[in-house]
Structures are given as C-alpha cells and as structure tokens.
Design a binder for this molecule. Sequence first.
Ligand SMILES: *Cc1c(COP(=O)(O)O)cnc(C)c1O
Length: 382
Amino acid sequence: MNVPLLDLKRQYAQIEDEVKAAALEVFQEQQFILGSKVEDLEGRIAQYCQSRYAVGVSSGTDALLISLMAAGVGYEDLVITTPYTFFATAGTIARIGARPLFVDIERDTYNLDPERMREIVFRLKDPERKKLKAVIPVHLYGQCADMEPILEVAREFGLVVIEDAAQAIGAEYSFSDGTVRRAGSMGDYGCFSFFPSKNLGAFGDGGMVTTNDEDIYDRLRSLRIHGAKPKYYHKIIGGNFRLDALQAAILIVKLKYLDDWTARRQENAATYKRLFSEAGIEGLVTPTEKQKRHIYNQFVIRVEKERDELRNFLKDKGVGTEIYYPVPLHMQECFHYLGYRPQDFPVTLEASRTTLALPIFPELTNEEIEYIVEVIKKFFSG
Ligand SMILES: *Cc1c(COP(=O)(O)O)cnc(C)c1O
C-alpha cells in the first residue's frame, strides 16, 4: 500500500468546482492584489481566530517579519524563542538584525518551556536585560504552547508577545480561570501561514497576522505596502508583504471546511492512539494532548531508538514520513555565531533524534492508518 505523508489531491477533489468558480471570479474582476477578496478573508480569519483584526500577508514567514518590524524590534535586540521549530521563527529575528535567545522545550509537547524561559529571563543582567524585547512562542504541530505562564513573564518584563501560530489555526488554550482562547489571539500578534501543507493551505504562499490592538493593526497595514500612508508618503519603512486576491478567494472557500477537516485529523489521531496502545510497542510514545484543542497539523510519534531505520522501513513499505526537525536551530550552520553548543538544549536535541511525523491528513482512511501501525509493529518485532 502507498500512503503519502500528505495528499492534497484528495482534498481538491472535494472542492474542485467551488475553487474553480472562486478563481474564475478573480480572473474576471482582474483585481489581483489585496482588495475586497482579501478584506473578506481578513474578516473571516479574525472571527475564526477570535481576534479583533487580521491583516493578510504574503507568507507565514512575512507574518513573523512584519510583526517584528511593527513591534519595533531591531538591531542587537534579543528575542526569546524555541530552537525546535521551522527555520522562519528564528530566521526572521536574525534578518532584522536582532538575536534569537533560545529556550529549551517541554518534553511532552515540544513547545517552549515556560519554567526555563522564566529562569533565563530572570538571570539576564543589563545591558542584555534592556535588549530583551519580545518572545515568540510557537504552537508546534497544532497544539498551543503553555501561554499563561509565558504571558506572565512577558507582562512582568514588558515583552512583546508574537505567537507563531503557523501550524495551529483554530487550536485552543484554556487559562486557569476557565477562559478559552484560540491560537493567535493571546499575544500582541498572531502569525499564520497558508503554505499548502498547513491545515488551511492556499494554492501558493500566503499568511495572516491577527491582533486585538487598533494601533498595531494600522501599523501592519501600512508596513505591508512599504510603510505608505497615504500612498507615496512614507513615515516608516515597510516592504511588499501583500496577499493575492486569488489566494484569498480560494481560502474563503476552504475555510468553510476547516472545522470538518480538523475533526477528521483528530479522529485519525484517536485511531492511531488506540491502535498503538493496543499494539503496546515499547519505547514508542504518541502525542500528548495537554492543551485544549489540538488541531494536529502533524501527528508526531517519539521512538526511543532506531528512528531513522524505522523511517527507511516505512519508506520501503510505501509510507511517507518526515522529521520535524532533524537539525535544531541552535545547531544550524548559519547560527554558529550565536555560540550555542548542541547540549545546551538537551530536550530539543533528544526530540530532533527521536521524533517522526506520520500521515494525518483529513482524507486518510482507517485502512491506511491500520496499515501504517501494522508496518511499525512489524519493524519493532524485528
Ligand atoms: C510554516 C511555518 C512558518 C512559515 O510559514 P511560510 O508560509 O512557509 O512562510 C513559520 N513558522 C512555523 C512554525 C511554520 O510551521
């Protein structure tokens, strides 16, 4: 049996007619950049993510970049984030001339560890302390980082909070007072990606920034068009961070299905968990659902040993997998200048050597999941 990690063709088959009609409308209107389709999508995403405002941008990476710019983070500033994330999270910090200050992750969720963040922030002394401007928690694999204690430290030290919610649209977090909030609505900025492999994927690149603050909203809208306000008058320097009408039109169609697709991902995760627990494979750990609503952008298992051999075995049996992420960011060549050593973040290091993402897309069938678990069982029974 052949089971790819992700099969977008199955999803397209469900929505082909609607997508074609939406695209045709844009072709006929010949209004390609920003405009009413983008505004329509912004309103819907803001509502879906429980934020007051949303600004469509060119990618998830640019969502992070424009947020850092809007927050006034700049040369030699420090920004806390996790070394166990997609490159863009730290890449954007470095691109604006600031320095990523990495904090290790929790072993069960793979998200930024608030306790370690607190320790590191409290240990900082001036002038470093004064340079610390922001924190970017990442809601990895579709589950929210532990935001309550992160927000507490951020408030105490006046840090801007930029949520990297690229993998977590619609994920929820429950505060100790019972309040439930969606990913991207808890910090000052929420960054989303519409890269095709995300839960809400465009037919190309795209992204969104959410915020509850009107001043931030105005700044983002201006930065997106080179900082112009009004046109051809620039008080600040921005860039071309615009979203296409064509992507917006397609995303409006797809957003209607997002909750159904999320439910299917959650069902698939439950099926995997049941089958793995029945199989009782020693040293294999399935994802922890610690926060309220895990939307399973990825279903990532941990295996104590022979992860790479397992991956090859699955490949030979036709099953697509991926390692998110094989090289932690503090060990990337381009970040050697930061001076970190591999063992500075032992939990991250372990995760990079033991995790494996299995297919979880909504259209995956139970037969396929059963097959994948059978193959893994076979591998471990030697
Ligand atoms: C996908 C992703 C991004 C970047 O999004 P793009 O749209 O590909 O630029 C940023 N952070 C995380 C955690 C991501 O998964």
